[in-house]
Design a protein around this ligand. Sequence first.
Ligand SMILES: NC(=O)c1ccc[n+]([C@@H]2O[C@H](COP(=O)([O-])OP(=O)(O)OC[C@H]3O[C@@H](n4cnc5c(N)ncnc54)[C@H](O)[C@@H]3O)[C@@H](O)[C@H]2O)c1
Ligand SMILES: CC1=C(/C=C/C(C)=C/C=C/C(C)=C/C=C/C=C(C)/C=C/C=C(C)/C=C/C=C(\C)C=O)C(C)(C)CCC1
Length: 527
Amino acid sequence: MGVTLPPFEHTSSGAIPDICSKIRKSYLSHKTRPIEFRLQQLRKLYWGLKDNEDAITEACRLDLGKPSFETYLTETGWCMNDIVFVCQNLEKWMADESAPDIALTNKLLFPKIRKDPLGAVLVIGAYNFPIQLSIGPAIGAIAAGCTVVLKPSENAPNAAAVMEMIFKKYLDPTCYTVIQGAIPETTAVLEEKWDKIFYTGNHIVGTIIAKKAAETLTPVTLELGGKNPAIITKNADPRLAARRLTWAKIINSGQVCVSQNWILVDREILPQFVEELKKVFKEFYPNGAKNSPDYGRIVNNRQWIRLKKMLDETKGRILIGGTMDEADRFLEPTVVQVDDVNDSLLKDESFGPLIPIYPVDNLDEAIRLANEVHDTPLGVYPFGNKKETDQVLREIRSGGASVNDGFFHASIPTLAFGGVGTSGSGSYRGRASFDCFTHRRSITKTPGWMEGLLAIRYPPYHGKTKKYKAMSELKPNFDRDGNVKVGLLKWILTLGAGSNNAAVKRYFLVVLLAFALNKYQSRQSKL
Ligand SMILES: NC(=O)c1ccc[n+]([C@@H]2O[C@H](COP(=O)([O-])OP(=O)(O)OC[C@H]3O[C@@H](n4cnc5c(N)ncnc54)[C@H](O)[C@@H]3O)[C@@H](O)[C@H]2O)c1
Ligand SMILES: CC1=C(/C=C/C(C)=C/C=C/C(C)=C/C=C/C=C(C)/C=C/C=C(C)/C=C/C=C(\C)C=O)C(C)(C)CCC1
């Protein structure tokens, strides 16, 4: 491609405290507060990405064998669009909001919500979408007026080095900087005081981060993984399910946090589904995945060996694929029929192109098993009729969900994205990225002329309770059993129904009866 990439070099651990202290000082200098400063930095970041598109494409190719289309779709194009979207909306998001649901008397204090930056923040990225998962949160933090230290994943070193080069060349170095490294450097960064830590990666490290943050009561957003189920009922379209779920597993060669980890298929539809999978594989990769320019590679040998072990140890039956090449870190998309939730392919999140399918007798069994394997996955993907997909959404919790698709909800850049329970906490993207790094600060302003009215709050309190109750007490509309009480007036106005909806039906019935009666009477009078 003819691009020279910068080298990846670990930041010296000794330098880390000073780097972090500079970033904190810059925040405290209020430099990042004005909207113009934030916008200018975001615009520069846009051009940093645009000018270095080729370097990013090459870095992602070297790190993950990422096809250039995928790099544009999920990394460069994704982040550049995000910046443009944020720039277009920032003024609106930053504006003070008048506080909702305020009692009339308190409205005199003009309560409002101000959007304050959280402060100096740490963003720790993961390797699979090395640009998006680092730059994405950083965009939100810059927009919110924070200063940022970015610690990209050392497992995508080329992408990490390109991001450092872009930060240095395009952004204000006193406010935004990159620290490179692995566990020792990240541990050193975590020793510093942060106003927020945004972490993307596995749940074990997520726990380390959360514990460390708890020591200083630092808020965290954790974007973790999950054993995400796809469920195919007997009423689903097997071709549609095969195409969409295959896409969700071959993109980034399956190294996608939100793609399905397993597919629970109704036995009745299993043969057709497997046939359709075979056809789809042939359509997507007519000369095989290995020879296709449109299929990536596993990030490193450690991960490749982990995936090979999962496949070697399965008690399941390989139905499609199964070839691999360590020298090239190639792993063919591989469909395996399994029948035990303790199978090596289901015990851990695969985070690779392995596609276990698990036959079930019915939807209830699928839901029970999915919850048994992971009760709070990052995504859930039901295929079937509306009643069935509604049941899945109701009975399986998840960070997000795509009905009749694999992770398409996570492909919408302005839709809030995040996990629930052990798949993470907090969300970002679009406006949610701004909110993620913003403190919604409640502010009131008490006018001097109210002093007389407010004197009730000052001691001595004697004789004030009754007065205060009279002006402040809200009357419950429910009794001791938790039932709503209906007042006489409401009872009369709602024709004894008690609720507005039921009253509309009763009024409709009354009008209908009156109409029928009227017809009957006019017929009688004609006779
Ligand atoms: N929810 C999401 O948005 C999302 C996105 C990508 C990946 N993931 C999840 O992440 C996992 C795969 O990523 P990974 O964790 O292997 O990526 P990784 O190896 O890139 O690690 C993530 C980050 O954690 C840091 N790290 C590693 N060990 C650490 C330690 N002991 N202390 C502090 N920091 C440490 C790394 O330096 C890196 O920056 C999967 O479970 C996947 O589902 C989630
Ligand atoms: C509907 C109309 C039209 C048609 C529009 C069409 C066909 C749009 C198709 C869009 C597609 C296929 C977009 C695909 C995007 C996929 C993306 C962005 C994937 C992103 C993946 C990500 C971010 C993964 C993240 C993973 C993470 C975080 C975990 O590790 C028209 C235009 C024809 C007419 C109007 C109506």
